[in-house]
Design a protein around this ligand. Structure first.
Ligand SMILES: Nc1nc2c(ncn2[C@@H]2O[C@H](COP(=O)(O)OP(=O)(O)OP(=O)(O)O)[C@@H](O)[C@H]2O)c(=O)[nH]1
Ligand SMILES: [Mg+2]
Length: 325
């Protein structure tokens, strides 16, 4: 058991023990998972929590008569991004247009009732987008929060044709109810409740309808908290740049490994958080490499060319590394 678990972890654990329904149990476990510090020492415990969550979610799904697994979406690809927004904003249309999935988009509100994942190509990687049921003034389904907390980032879809600022306010209020915040907030407590900070991208959708004031208003109000893009999920405007915007929002880098005298494997990057070091990359390749790494060479970032680099060297997107034991 890792020593440095924060007190909130044990509070959530208490809630887990007291919980009666699988839903309550999953929510407490999900909280424990989100609170857990991010380092290798917690990998085992995290895997254990994920297994429990998967089992209990299945139980909850069976109970509710859901036809297929949809309350818990396993992460695939380089990152998992959850797509949220008000009814009819165009979430399903966006996921249908930019991924390999085909969730139903329709002119009536509350079309989507389940979470549906799809894979989006971005250059040489795939990013998973998860379509979700709408947020509204009503409380969201209990499992939506779990999907949001687990995701690496949030795409907020706003219909530019229908009071975009009011939509944003409702969405942020609903996220706050889930104790999720976007932008430069710090993880921590607020009024005794844990706050989960999430990276986010705001998309002003239906730009084809021509409400440029709505888009400007969104930018003015929210650009300091999250990047704001305009797109038409239906007509396709702005969707290609959006792939890059989503990648950028995630703050991840692609690092390639190569063996001495060989070419790098450019189709199989290691995905890491921005700010990761050579040491982190070595650990990612193999847990023993942490201790055994003697030196490394690095190519890329436009400035290195096979130079020797230290363990604490901060990597950049596109770097190629050659690890020596
Ligand atoms: N003009 C225009 N219409 C769009 C665009 N994107 C989606 N729509 C339309 O808006 C309606 C709602 O789209 P959906 O993708 O179903 O919206 P949603 O956010 O998934 O809605 P819920 O599932 O109810 O939450 C549909 O009639 C779409 O065809 C767009 O970029 N431009
Ligand atoms: Mg939908």
């Amino acid at each position: 058991m890792p020593a440095n678990l924060p007190p909130q972890y044990f509070e959530a654990e208490k809630r887990f023990r007291a919980a009666k329904s699988p839903e309550e149990k999953v929510m407490a476990l999900e909280e424990m998972l989100a609170i857990m510090p991010k380092h290798k020492g917690t990998d085992h415990l995290k895997a254990d929590l994920r297994r429990k969550i998967a089992r209990l979610t299945q139980e909850a799904e069976k109970k509710s008569g859901a036809k297929r697994a949809s309350m818990l979406i396993e992460k695939e690809g380089a990152a998992q991004v959850v797509v949220v927004g008000m009814p009819n904003a165009g979430k399903s249309q966006l996921v249908a247009s930019i991924t390999n999935a085909a969730p139903t988009a329709a002119e009536y509100p509350f079309t989507t009732q389940r979470a549906t994942p799809g894979m989006m190509d971005f250059e040489n990687i795939k990013i998973q987008l998860v379509d979700t049921p709408p947020l509204s003034e009503q409380p969201a389904e209990w499992w939506l929060r779990n999907i949001i907390i687990r995701a690496d980032g949030i795409v907020i879809v706003v219909d530019l044709g229908s009071q975009p600022l009011a939509q944003m306010e409702t969405i942020l209020t609903q996220l706050a109810e889930m104790r999720v915040g976007i932008g430069n907030i710090k993880a921590g407590e607020e009024d005794g409740l844990i706050l989960h900070p999430k990276k986010a991208l705001i998309i002003g959708n239906k730009v084809d309808l021509g409400n440029s004031e709505g888009y400007l208003a969104l930018r003015n109000k929210y650009a300091a908290q999250a990047p704001v893009s305009a797109a038409s999920a239906k007509q396709g405007n702005g969707l290609e740049p959006l792939r890059y915007e989503i990648f950028k929002m995630l703050d991840i880098i692609r690092v390639y490994t190569k063996a001495p005298g060989k070419k790098a494997e450019l189709d199989d990057p290691i995905i890491m958080a921005r700010g990761s070091t050579l040491q982190d990359a070595a650990e990612d390749v193999h847990k023993d490499f942490r201790a055994r790494l003697k030196y490394a060479r690095i190519w890329g970032s436009g400035k290195h060319d096979g130079v020797m680099a230290k363990r604490d060297h901060v990597l950049e997107d596109g770097d190629i590394i050659e690890l020596h034991m």
